[in-house]
Design a protein around this ligand. Structure first.
Ligand code: BGC
Length: 248
């Protein structure tokens, strides 16, 4: 009998949903993805309670968490789309106490990127959901907490103000797509990336032809990337598999 493989509970905290899935030691899914709506108000207690409920009855040895804000050493430093209570909250330690397992946490877009990139050259990731996430990699090494979403984009607005869920709801798909095309053009000129990956729930709303260097990532990458937090060193090489949709 071999040793029992290590199982990772991967959690993706989003502005509209909290998703979980159990991964095997290679990062392959062992369970279906489960989702609950993000509680409102999204206080630390309410979100932790939702994660505990999702974890209940599942067999896992350790936990990876993607969080929609800056995360440094397991502590959440911003949470624009959740609740101010998260600023300075030791998410990894508190969740570890609650679940009785080791926990590692990182920015959600960073994890999405770890689940998608190939590890070659300059790879930029943006995620389109409630907020606008971003992650930057060089030869598979992450530059954590890029936070492009809150940088100026156009007309005095940030990327998130122009391309987040609220903008999509207010302006509609056509204008949102026009804005996204402009953002891609600008990001290409700033970063001269080898590849841009677009993830997040709203990536499926893209209705124009993307340039060949731009790829749409399956949303499940936000959970599959969680395994990378347990590699020997983090930030580290990209996961081998890539969860990219064929271009057309
Ligand atoms: C946050 C980022 C996050 C993104 C997507 C932004 O508002 O500042 O940290 O990655 O939303 O959730």
């Amino acid at each position: 009998m071999g040793e029992k493989p290590i199982r990772t509970l991967s959690v993706d905290i989003g502005g509209s949903g909290i998703k979980v899935m159990v991964l095997d030691d290679q990062g392959a899914p062992l369970t279906e993805r489960e989702r609950v709506d993000t509680p409102r108000p999204a206080t630390t207690a309410a979100v932790l309670h939702a994660i505990q409920e999702l974890a209940m009855g599942k067999d896992f040895d350790r936990v990876s968490v993607g969080f929609p804000g800056i995360v440094r050493h397991g502590v959440t430093k911003s949470a624009v789309n959740l609740h101010p209570e998260w600023i300075g909250f030791d998410l990894a330690s508190v969740l570890s106490q609650r679940l009785g397992k080791p926990v590692r946490a990182a920015n959600d877009a960073d994890i999405q990127g770890l689940g998608a990139i190939e590890g070659n050259g300059v790879e930029l990731v943006i995620t389109l959901g409630t907020g606008f996430g971003s992650a930057l990699f060089l030869e598979g090494q992450l530059v954590p907490n890029l936070e492009l979403g809150h940088h100026p984009f156009r007309k005095g607005d940030t990327y998130e103000q122009q391309l987040g869920q609220a903008a999509l709801d207010a302006r509609g798909k056509k204008q949102w797509n026009n804005r996204l095309a402009k953002a891609i053009d600008l990001l290409e000129r700033i970063y001269n990336y080898d590849c841009l990956y677009i993830g997040g729930g709203n990536a499926k709303k893209i209705s124009f032809d993307l340039p060949p260097t731009v790829k749409v990532v399956r949303n499940v990458a936000g959970l599959l990337g969680g395994i990378a937090l347990w590699r020997d060193q983090f930030p580290t090489r990209a996961v081998e598999s890539n969860n990219v949709e064929p271009n057309n």
